[in-house]
Write a protein that binds this ligand. Structure first.
Ligand code: ADP
Length: 703
């Protein structure tokens, strides 16, 4: 039923995978009991039953039974005639084998009527032939042989099914299996969780062993030195008694402070699927608050599931013949079932978690049936619970028809065919809402590619997500408004400030002191202009579509030469040598010349800026397998290791000891470089060592 938390319906052979849990499958194809081998075995056991009956008959052990199915001859009449011995033997074996064959093919229930009728008819025939024809048709040995054969064949069939069942249980519980350390971790983390809400001194998880005695299997102490020693002291024994009491009554048992020792003790039975699998003992520094009872029993249920899992992991199921008749193995099978049911319980949690999500989520099986719809999805689709129950995947998607998404079935087909998610923005001007819809195929990794193509992922179901992005869109609008404000409202006055300051400086009457102030105004306004320019170019690039970059065939070595000659004067001021290292034949790349020139300029400016005087900066153009790379190498200050991953971020500047904050630094240069290179499907790299220098490079795909 669709309730307020949404619903998981487990349909067909698939349960939903949640938080790494199992995906339970019933394997209809492997649940076949017929094989040529099993037929051969059935015929053999039926034949053996017949042969054994022959032996008993020849030994005269069933003569008295046989006498019951023939009419006694009167005195003076001719004696009853039996068939020749070899015919008799043949008859018994043939009838037994046929009965066995019949049961092995038709099954015991269907054979029951036919074999029963045959039995009655042959019994009647035996009486009639013995009465009127004076012939004994050997009914009793035939009936005993056939019954024995039917019994043995049916036993063999049951054993086969039982073996399969055990195999499947092994298989399924192996998929839920957790490593020993993980199972222990789960138990201890459960105890740690309790420690956050209770004044715990010590907590112990006990499991029930084979003979029903409580054995500790996990414990947590807040103070290791004051721990109890199991089995030694009387306190421990009394605590065990308390746990025993909890197990027997299936209810929480409490021993207030002073009853056992100075701590308050609480024992909780660990119950799973109606069975008690252990007990949880809590030793509290303060009085136990009764309002924690419910929470405690819920945590107890989780610990019980973990115990059950641990128990099943320890005991491996056995599928051999003795196991078939072993009560112990059957109880292990019951354990395995409990583990699976525990996992199913935990899988249901996924639905409850998704119900809390702010985004709308729906799950549709591959037949289009909706398996789960969360409240946020109901809200986005403007449907109520009873309405959504009547629709399928398409009915739900119909509620989102808008703009590009006017044919949901096309989107679904595309997802099914390509396996790629479909995503689009839906605009609903009437409700002033923008939604982002995503339809994806949830897949299960099959490991080494069971579908033959190596991909190894088989589709499970559709995952539909609807996100309300109205607010994000509003923020984007705000950002774009801010950008236009920066570009016009700030840049224009700055140009005036700079222009007038420069104009004033031309005036000879201005005293030297004021001229200095004017110089500062000019420098600062220019710096601010540059910052705004860089910021605008980064944001504009971020918003730009890749297609908007005008790419032409560009020779990067030529760009290097041009930029180097432009920057030579700047480098000379710091007595830095800009050197172009020789490169071979370099193929062109597809790029926007102006942007790439800016990228290289910024890298070289940085190299000059962050290097001491009288050093060299090397630039090389390198041809790689699929790309052309430009490397800018300096012998400057270098970037500390902790900053290296962050220098591409917007506004990030490296703080250097003893170095004054660089006035020119904006922290936007490298962000711009990265953005441009990625717009060209290229990549950037940096290697650096403090005090030795840095190597910045970018690669663009070659033509
Ligand atoms: P800006 O140079 O405007 O501060 P960038 O984004 O270009 O901004 O650089 C970010 C930071 O990376 C700078 O603060 C600088 O410390 C560091 N950096 C950039 N290039 C180099 C380099 N060649 N050598 C050392 N540090 C560098």
């Amino acid at each position: 039923m669709y309730n307020h938390v949404g619903t998981f319906r487990l349909a067909g052979s698939t349960a939903l995978r949640s938080s790494g849990q199992i995906c339970l499958s019933i394997f209809p194809d492997t649940l076949k009991t017929f094989t040529w081998k099993s037929l051969f075995v059935s015929l053999s056991v039926a034949f053996l039953a017949g042969a054994a009956t022959c032996a008993i008959w020849r030994a005269g052990l069933i003569d008295s039974v046989q006498a019951g199915f023939v009419v006694n001859v009167d005195q003076g009449e001719a004696p009853l005639q039996s068939p020749q011995t070899w015919i008799g033997l043949l008859l018994i074996v043939a009838i037994s084998t046929s009965a066995g064959f019949f049961v092995s093919r038709a099954g015991a229930r269907r054979s029951f009527l036919i074999l029963g009728l045959g039995f009655l008819a042959t019994a009647a025939a035996s009486l009639i032939t013995s009465r009127y024809l004076k012939i004994d048709i050997l009914f009793a040995p035939m009936a005993i042989g056939a019954t024995g054969a039917v019994f043995l064949v049916q036993l063999h069939r049951l054993w086969l099914i039982d073996t399969l069942l055990t195999e499947h249980l092994n298989h399924t519980s192996a998929r839920t299996d957790t490593a020993e350390s993980l199972a222990q971790n789960r138990l201890t983390s459960g105890l740690k969780l309790l420690q956050t809400i209770l004044p715990l001194e010590e907590a112990v998880v006990f499991e029930l062993d084979e003979i029903g005695a409580l054995v500790p299997c996990a414990r947590l102490r807040s103070n290791p030195s004051g721990a109890l020693e199991p089995g030694r002291n009387t306190v421990w024994r009394r605590l065990i008694e308390l746990c025993d009491q909890a197990v027997e009554t299936s209810d929480m048992a409490q021993a207030p402070t002073g009853q056992i020792d100075s701590l308050e003790s609480v024992a909780i039975p660990l119950r799973h699927e109606g069975r008690t699998v252990g007990a949880l003992l809590l030793r509290l520094r303060e009085r136990f608050d009764q309002s924690d009872r419910r929470l405690l029993s819920a945590v107890g249920a989780q610990v019980a599931r973990n115990l059950q899992r641990e128990e099943a992991r320890k005991r491996k199921l056995n599928g051999s013949l003795p196991a078939f008749v072993s009560a112990r193995t059957s109880s292990h099978r019951l354990n395995a079932f409990d583990v699976i049911s525990g996992v199913l319980t935990e899988n249901r949690f996924g639905a409850h978690v998704l119900a809390e999500a702010a985004d709308g989520y729906a799950i549709a099986y591959l037949d289009g049936t909706l398996g789960f719809v969360n409240p946020a999805m109901l809200w986005s689709a403007r449907m109520n619970e009873s309405e959504v129950q009547k629709v399928d995947l398409f009915g739900l998607l119909d509620r989102f028809r808008a703009g590009v998404f006017d044919e949901p079935s096309i989107a679904v087909r595309r997802v099914l065919q390509s396996g790629e998610p479909y995503q689009c923005e839906l605009n609903f001007p009437d409700r002033n809402q923008t939604l982002e819809l995503r339809i994806a195929l949830a897949t299960e990794d099959q490991g080494n590619g069971s579908n033959g193509n190596g991909a190894g992922a088989s589709p499970l179901c559709f995952a539909i997500r609807v996100r309300n992005i109205t607010q994000t869109k509003e923020f984007e609008q705000l950002k774009s408004d801010m950008i236009s404000l920066m570009s016009h409202e700030l840049r224009t006055p700055l140009t005036s400030i700079n222009g007038f300051a420069e104009l004033l400086m031309l005036d000879d009457k201005i005293p030297e002191e004021s001229r200095e102030f004017l110089q500062i105004i000019t420098n600062e306004s220019q710096r601010m202009s540059r910052m705004i320019d860089t910021f605008l170019s980064v944001t504009q690039l971020e918003r730009a579509d890749k297609k908007e970059v005008t790419k032409i065939a560009l020779r990067l070595d030529e760009v290097v030469r041009e930029v180097l000659s432009t920057l030579q004067p700047v480098a000379k001021k710091k007595r830095i040598r800009l050197i172009e290292l020789p490169s071979g034949q370099i193929p062109p790349v597809a790029a926007d010349k102006s942007l790439i020139t800016q990228v290289l300029t910024r890298l070289l400016e940085n190299a000059i800026k962050y290097s001491p005087e009288r050093t060299a900066v090397n630039v090389s153009t390198v041809l790689e397998a699929e790309a052309v790379r430009i490397v800018v190498e300096d012998h400057g200050y270098g970037v500390p290791a902790e900053s290296i991953d962050r220098i591409w971020e917007k506004f990030y500047r490296v703080a250097r000891d003893g170095q004054e904050k660089d006035e020119e630094s904006t922290g936007l240069g490298l962000a711009f470089v990265k953005e441009v290179v990625e717009q060209h499907d290229g990549s950037v790299t940096v290697e650096s060592e403090v005090g030795r220098g840095s190597q910045f490079s970018f690669a663009l795909p070659r033509l």
